[in-house]
Design a protein around this ligand. Structure first.
Ligand code: TRP
Length: 454
């Protein structure tokens, strides 16, 4: 038995705290920045339907698998595999997760930094008196700069590290319990404003009326990728958070609530954005610039736009922060438990290394835009390696581990709290983790590498 078996481990203090932290991880730039433009690019309602099916058939089983591994082992992402499968190479899955955490946070903090700049721009009323061209130029000039985007990225990383350094109960749980309700309130306000705009119906129809002719083979794969990223799956974030969940908590219930919260907030982001996009005659397939260029343009033309812009960008920054802490925690938990660093040291160490990588991501929009590695700039290299390679691989091995290595009896014991719950649907879960999820993930992975063209 190792020494850490005797040191009391930090954990979440309440049921609401677990939901706030896990939903805080899931709800992020993926929901509010990425989801609307991906839906826009893939034609709307039909894509949404596919996305929802993937969330239920693949997202839920993968999430429950991660929580099961973490809570059973009571360890970080790497330590969990070491403990549950000693002497086997399964811990490589955890190592991939920790590596992915470095890469994800390096580009995530770059975009998160932009959201802080846009909070600042909203406060100082910088959008007033410009138009679409001006806003395009404003965004382009800002991200191509050096010190300004780096400054905001650094501020964002300091905020992230500050919360993580304070621990689980006194850091992550304490802040997400306050920030998540604020986020929900803000998005409700934006939804109400948007659906009461004249012409809102067209935007809602785009989002909710499936037009299957707009659905390509590509869309299926984008939908699965989006589901993974949005639910924070595949890199051990939820293994790590699962290890802080008490043995009496209801894991399947938590999974359903967190996934529902993530999906509802993504839908609300869609409801807030598409009616406004249509009301102002903007192309919904605009791409990644949708929230930084299109939305300020919409706010400009809207009564009370100053306040709605401010609310929107604060919302985006909060969503990014409650996600980034969950990514940093994966690395910090590993450093603390396996390298025996103090939490403060581990946090500083991890945050500094990630920030250094992050500098290259930020600069790849500016002075380093000519630097290309494997044909990609640094930002795209990080995003591609993490999201398209490490996450699907991680997700694949996580469900295989639960489905085939832990197996039915052992998983059932953990998920049912040693038999306290009956779990009538358990065979369905086993079928999903053994067959449906691995096959679907493998298809996306192979497609993502360009080995298969549908
Ligand atoms: N889910 C978050 C979002 O939607 C991002 C995120 C946090 C994430 N932790 C993760 C993505 C782990 C993949 C893996 O923005």
């Amino acid at each position: 038995m190792s020494e850490s078996d005797f040191t009391p481990r930090d954990s979440f203090g309440s049921r609401f705290g677990i939901i706030a932290a896990a939903a805080g991880s899931a709800v992020g730039l993926g929901n509010i920045w990425r989801f609307p433009y991906v839906v826009g690019e893939n034609g709307g309602g039909a894509f949404l339907l596919v996305y929802l099916i993937f969330i239920i058939a693949i997202g839920l089983p993968v999430m429950l698998s991660e929580f099961t591994i973490g809570r059973k082992a009571q360890r970080n992402a790497i330590g969990s595999f070491r403990k549950l499968s000693p002497g086997t190479p399964w811990y490589f899955v955890g190592m991939m997760g920790v590596a992915a955490a470095f890469l994800i946070l390096s580009f995530y903090s770059a975009v998160a930094g932009w959201t802080l700049e846009y909070v600042f721009k909203s406060v100082t009323n910088a959008f007033a008196g410009t138009d679409e061209t001006g806003l395009n130029l404003m965004f382009g000039t800002f991200i191509a700069g050096t010190w300004r985007p780096l400054f905001w990225q650094l501020i964002f990383m300091v905020l992230t590290a500050w919360i993580v350094a304070a621990g689980i109960k006194k850091g992550i749980e304490k802040y997400t319990k306050v920030l998540m309700p604020v986020l929900v309130l803000m998005i409700i306000i934006l939804c109400i404003r948007s659906v009461t705009l004249p012409g809102a119906g067209e935007g809602l129809a785009f989002l909710f009326r499936p037009d299957f002719s707009a659905l390509s083979a590509d869309a299926f794969l984008s939908a699965l990728g989006q589901a993974f990223f949005s639910l924070s799956l595949g890199m051990g974030t939820l293994i790590t958070y699962g290890s802080y969940i008490g043995k009496k908590e209801n894991l399947p219930g938590t999974v359903v609530q967190v996934s529902a919260a993530d999906t509802i907030i993504a839908l609300m982001a869609g409801i807030a954005i598409f009616p406004a996009v249509f009301a102002f005659g903007i192309d919904p397939g605009e791409g990644p610039g949708l929230v930084f260029i299109t939305l300020p343009n919409i706010f400009l033309q809207m009564p009370g736009g100053y306040y709605f812009a401010l609310i929107f960008f604060v919302l985006l920054a909060i969503a990014a922060l409650t996600s980034s802490i969950s990514v940093l925690e994966v690395v910090v938990a590993y450093f603390v438990e396996e390298l025996r660093l103090t939490r403060k040291m581990a946090t500083v160490f991890a945050a500094v290394m990630i920030t250094v990588l992050g500098v290259f991501c930020t600069l790849s929009f500016g002075i380093m835009s000519d630097v290309s590695i494997f044909g990609m700039d640094f930002f795209n290299l990080m995003e591609f390696t993490a999201s398209d390679l490490l996450l699907p691989l991680g997700g694949f091995f996580i469900v295989m581990f639960v489905g085939w290595y832990l197996g039915s009896a052992s998983s059932r014991k953990e998920i049912s709290n040693e038999g306290a719950y009956k779990l009538a649907y358990f065979p369905i879960f086993m079928f999903l983790v053994r067959f449906v999820a691995p096959v679907a993930i493998a298809l996306v992975f192979i497609y993502g590498l360009g080995l298969l063209r549908l």
